[in-house]
Design a protein around this ligand. Sequence first.
Ligand SMILES: Cc1ncc(COP(=O)(O)O)c(C=O)c1O
Length: 344
Amino acid sequence: MPREHTPCRTYERDTCTLSPFCQLESLNPGGSIKDRPALEILRRSIEEGQIGKDTVIVEATSGNMGIGLAQICCRLGLRFICITDKNISAQNLQLLRAYGAEVEVVTEADPANGDLLQTRIARAQEIARRLRNSFWVNQYANIYNARAHHQTMLEILDQLDGKLDFLFCAASSCGTVRGCAEYLRLNGFGSTKIYVADAYGSVIFGGKRGKRQIQGHGAGIKPRLFARGLVHKSIKVSDLECVIGCRRLLAAEALLVGGSSGATLMAVEHAKNDIPDDANCVMIFPDRGERYLETVFCDDWVREHLGCSASDLESHKRSFGMSSGCVKAAANCKAAPLHDSASK
Ligand SMILES: Cc1ncc(COP(=O)(O)O)c(C=O)c1O
């Protein structure tokens, strides 16, 4: 499947002259950055003979990876069994089924550590073992998950004429951060700094496992793809900050993006003293906000799950010095602004 670059456009922060770019991964065909590893893993594994036309694809996922795999399996006529958990959104469940995935929902957390991810993975392994002709995608350890992001990094560099000082991204399986970091290192971009937004309650960069409520933001296990030496700084971002970041992007830029994009914006906010005004800084925004209308963009959900009222949320949002940056952002845009390209 030939692809065009996903666009990298400017985001204007009014508090200084820094204008970070955002890489809009929502414009992949299945709506998220996870289309990339889904395609890369299946394509390489077909080439290597691990997947044939009767192979059943199995993976544990509660969101974007499942949707990416379901889309490609649908296209290739492969059977896909998706093991998800009770926290999956109704919309993601419907999307998976619309693409023809067989979905199994686990409800019991791992008794040893209370984590649903472990139960999902164990169940996916069990199903893959039981079926005669199966392929377990295993995104947390599959090296093609990371390799897919060599292309992501190439596309970003291409749009910035090879000048990149800071890359900010979220991490869950660590495919994005590992793949981007590897590409930079292998291609002589050793001076680019990589900063990662990690969740409280995530154990990727250390800390205690705890409740996390934003999809794609942190992990309750340390993924095999994780490699500490590739990252210059990890920044803890709370679930509420993810919401504040998302609401701020919506108000200032009319960008409706998912929770981990809000996390990435807030990581830039936390690290702004590290970033010279003339630096080229890119934030990877993994998906669009439509998948979060009942969570991140729902005041009742935010109050119930994160203990923050709508009025407090509004003042948190303002405390970051938000104003309208849309006009300047569009004028500064390197790649065509979204609204322009849509109207052509
Ligand atoms: C919305 C979202 N953001 C960020 C990530 C993290 O990406 P990675 O798994 O490559 O670390 C994911 C992964 O599923 C995601 O769905």
